[in-house]
Design a protein around this ligand. Structure first.
Ligand code: SF4
Length: 267
């Protein structure tokens, strides 16, 4: 469906949880976060119902599952099945930190997941441990191989460019992806409150003139733009009312936002 600026909006990014098994320094504050309560978070069926309304009435045909970390959400495989069963939806993909991908890759493929983006900002085990506050990079390498093996392809690697830590590694990361037959995209570190963002290198994100996306938060808010405070509750307005409001009020350009964070909107 077209928004007020004649952009074709067909892509819904769904944050299925604000929880994550890692604590990346550019995403999660050191002092920790206040997690949503179980009652606040949409059930799998409620998420599928919102997606169904979006697909059947508002032209949504692509879904991306994000988090937090989507693979820590109980029933994530079942959710993929529910979403793939919605006729107009022709692609369901996922953005994951890859740590649990080796465990889930076969089941996700079986459930109909099309492809994955995996976050990897360094090839150094030491730097990885520091950036993720304790993660083991071998888990991600195993996840990448499992995704390729199961055909969750093309596998795309998301690299957050951070002057302070991986500026000297970008060429190696590119060479690694070429050698492993992986796609790569570079995301300049963003800041919601100051409104600092740029177009994703190797992707479509961050280009407002052709923006095609809406976002659903884990507690059921439809957000027309990452860099805006606009937010419409599917619980209060119903899914149809929330889609109408989000499409009608989608801003021409992103500015700033201070009512959500990357860990609860999934970038
Ligand atoms: S800032 Fe908003 S309008 Fe621009 S690309 Fe991102 S979501 Fe779309």
């Amino acid at each position: 469906m077209l928004d007020a600026f004649n952009r074709e909006i067909n892509y819904l990014r769904i944050s299925v949880t604000d929880r994550c098994n890692l604590r990346c320094t550019y995403c999660m504050p050191a002092e920790g976060i206040t997690l949503m309560s179980h009652n606040e978070v949409l059930t799998l069926e409620q998420i599928a119902e919102v997606a169904k309304v979006g697909a059947e009435n508002f032209g949504i045909s692509k879904i991306r599952l994000t988090g937090g970390e989507p693979l820590v959400r109980k029933g994530i495989v079942q959710l993929v099945q529910l979403l793939k069963a919605i006729e107009p939806i022709d692609e369901v993909s996922m953005t994951t930190n890859g740590v649990f991908l080796k465990k889930f890759a076969a089941e996700l493929k079986e459930a109909g997941l099309n492809r994955v983006n995996i976050s990897l900002d360094t090839l150094s085990p030491e730097k990885f441990k520091v950036t993720t506050r304790g993660g083991n990079i071998q888990d991600v390498f195993d996840g990448i191989q499992a995704a390729k093996q199961e055909g969750l392809t093309p596998v795309k690697i998301n690299v957050v460019k951070m002057e302070s830590s991986n500026a000297d590694e970008l060429a190696q990361l590119k060479a690694f992806c070429e050698k492993e037959n992986l796609k790569i995209q570079f995301i300049r570190q963003m800041d919601l409150e100051s409104g600092s963002f740029s177009q994703v290198e190797g992707g479509k994100g961050g280009n407002c003139s052709i923006c095609n996306r809406l976002r659903l938060t884990a507690d059921g808010h439809l957000k027309p733009c990452l860099f805006s405070n606009k937010s419409y509750s599917t619980k209060e307005l119903g899914a149809e009312g929330a889609f109408q409001a989000a499409l009608y009020n989608k801003p021409e350009k992103g500015k700033t936002s201070n009512n959500h964070s990357f860990y609860n909107i999934g970038g």
